[in-house]
Design a protein around this ligand. Sequence first.
Ligand SMILES: [Zn+2]
Length: 308
Amino acid sequence: MPGFMTSVAFFAALASLPFGLIVGSFANVVIHRLPLGESIVFPPSRCPKCRGAIRPWQNLPVVSWILLRGRCATCRQPISARYPAVELLHGLGFALIVWKFGPLPFTLLLLLFFFALVVLAFIDWDHQILPDVITLPGILIGLAGSLLPGALIDWKESGLAAGFGYLAFLLVAEGYARLRGIEGLGQGDWKLAALMGAFLGAQRLMLTVFLASLSGMTYGLIQAWRQRREELRLPEPVEPMPPSGPDPAAPDAAPIAPENSPLAAAREPVSIGKFKLPFGTFLAACAIFVLFFGDPILLWYASLFRFE
Ligand SMILES: [Zn+2]
């Protein structure tokens, strides 16, 4: 009964959309509070600006933000569009995952995997950390989940890929530290690699790392170029001030910057090697991309090496 199964998958996907919106609302709380060491269950949601309590009807995912036109109901201060965006991302992501992978036990864990990736991506972007409380249980859930119907890989590959991800990142980090004397990949990244390996297997993990390096490097180059351009726009700090009295048009005219002032420091040339890149954000985003589109890319890649 393929028609029947298709409609079951369709309705399951439809039902996961509101579920995803609610989980997305919770994801916002985790992204905001977990790095600050605050409880994620208590107190209930408050406006980050005026600390005013948010009433239940103001806490409907996406809808409330639109009805309140992106402002707090109490203090009318703007509320970041990131909140409804994270909710919408989960609603659509959950529906697409259930539609693509079907209503199977492992699909529930894929929803959890998606949630973990989005939360880690935002926390790494904001704070440059990948908290153990998400990555470590995630690795265990991925390993155990490989025994469930619908798993993308079997338990042997899950274990091998998790270990491979962790060790490969450790070795790259060690090598980088020896060469340049600075930490390139933090230990959070090693655990994130293990988490992605446990769920996705070695091939999808390698594709994820490749795409994350490519997009991360592109982003880093653009940022470095922008920073350089900003610096060239700064006024020359060592130029002597005009001998005339204070210019009324520019009451806050900058004094001559001494050698070690922030203005002088900002003119140091940018080194891309020292550019702080939230690599976990790129890894997590690319893992979501690979979850949906990785298999056709890997099949195409394998076909390049197939000789008839
Ligand atoms: Zn407020």
